[in-house]
Ligand binder design. Structure first.
Ligand code: SD4
Length: 342
């Protein structure tokens, strides 16, 4: 309780610019030690994206620059069927991508339902940096990207097209994800030879740089075989991504509709502001999803969150078993299975 009160006091003083000098920020765990830099991504295979981001973070680069480079790795990976090139299309066979970024100043930018662009995260960044807006969608987002010199590419790989044609035979849309599905997928991933990956979902990435600044980014091709024009949580600030440089950052993966309904990542950052650890805060968001849906329905519904606080402490939580994440710090790189609620 005392620690919590001290934390709140420090946050308030800090936000008023009153807390200065050697003492620094005394955080949630009550220590002055800040572990930085740190980068964390949804899903273990995104360790390779962390490695790209780490090169920039370790050279005292800016968190946002590191995240953009990291996310490029996954966006360009044809074997990732949930992000960018190689992503599974909507039910009309079109690959549409969603992405957003948020920096240490609270600036943000997003693109939604964007087609033909290999690196939507970079377009989202330019929406933030070069336009008076936060979000561009569809045709307008594409027009902006082309005006900024991005090339038009075909994101539909032969493998994704084949999977879509196969899906057309039943045309059954089922965004529910079962534990068995996730276990099977994780088993396949373990069998992969290094450098090859199986399908592994949306990338949400958070970083704390050496200067102690936080940023976040997210990129996805969304739910496979979604309705044309469908947008999930991933490019929505406060749902798929939220950063508050005084407190922490969070990002999400899973059934976007559920994450939007609880403003998942904003909720998590607010919980951390109130003194919860990243893991505890992620758990609270998961609890809201489960409460809203009921346990029986939630058993077939995956949503996973990761978070980092201003001290560089990381945490994660998911609705059901099967979610994992990748972290890189000065101590090294590791992947971890998230705790889950049901
Ligand atoms: C969406 N949250 O579009 C994304 C999908 C996802 O792992 O995360 N898949 O709803």
């Amino acid at each position: 309780m005392l620690e919590r009160r001290r934390f709140l006091q420090h946050s308030i003083l800090g936000s008023l610019g009153i807390l200065v000098g050697k003492q620094g920020f005394s955080g949630i765990s009550g220590t002055n030690k800040v572990s930085k830099p740190v980068v964390i991504s949804t899903w273990a295979p995104n360790q390779k994206a962390n490695a790209a981001a780490w090169k920039i973070l370790a050279a005292n680069g800016r968190a946002l620059d590191a995240l953009e480079k990291g996310i490029h790795v996954t966006e360009a990976d044809p074997t990732d069927q949930s992000v960018g090139y190689g992503g599974l299309p909507d039910r009309d066979g079109r690959v549409t991508v969603d992405s957003c970024v948020m920096d240490e100043f609270g600036n943000c930018g997003a693109v939604m339902c964007l087609e033909h662009i290999l690196h939507p995260v970079s377009v989202a960044r330019l929406v933030m940096e070069k336009t008076p807006h936060v979000q561009l969608v569809g045709e307008g987002a594409l027009k902006f990207a082309l005006s900024e010199g991005f090339e038009k590419v075909n994101l539909l790989t032969p493998e994704a097209e084949k999977a879509w044609k196969n899906w057309l035979k039943t045309s059954k849309y089922d965004p529910m994800i079962t534990v068995e599905h996730l276990e099977e997928r994780n088993r396949k991933q373990k069998k992969q030879v290094p450098g090859q990956q199986d399908n592994h979902d949306t990338i949400g990435m958070l970083a704390l740089d050496m200067k102690g600044n936080l940023s976040g980014a997210c990129s996805t091709s969304g739910m496979a075989y979604k309705m044309a024009g469908r947008v999930g949580d991933s490019p929505i600030i406060g749902a798929g991504l939220f950063v508050d440089n005084e407190v922490g950052a969070a990002t999400a993966t899973g059934v976007g509709e559920e994450i939007v309904r609880i403003c998942g990542t904003h909720t998590i950052v607010e919980m951390m502001r109130n003194g919860l650890s990243p893991e505890e805060a992620c758990k609270k968001a998961v609890e809201r999803i489960v409460k809203r849906n009921g346990i029986e329905k939630a058993k077939n519904l995956q949503a996973g969150f990761i978070a980092v606080n201003k001290q560089g402490e990381v945490g994660a939580y998911s609705v059901i078993k099967g979610f994992n994440y990748a972290v890189q710090t000065n101590e090294g790189a590791y992947t971890k299975d998230a705790k889950y609620l049901i």
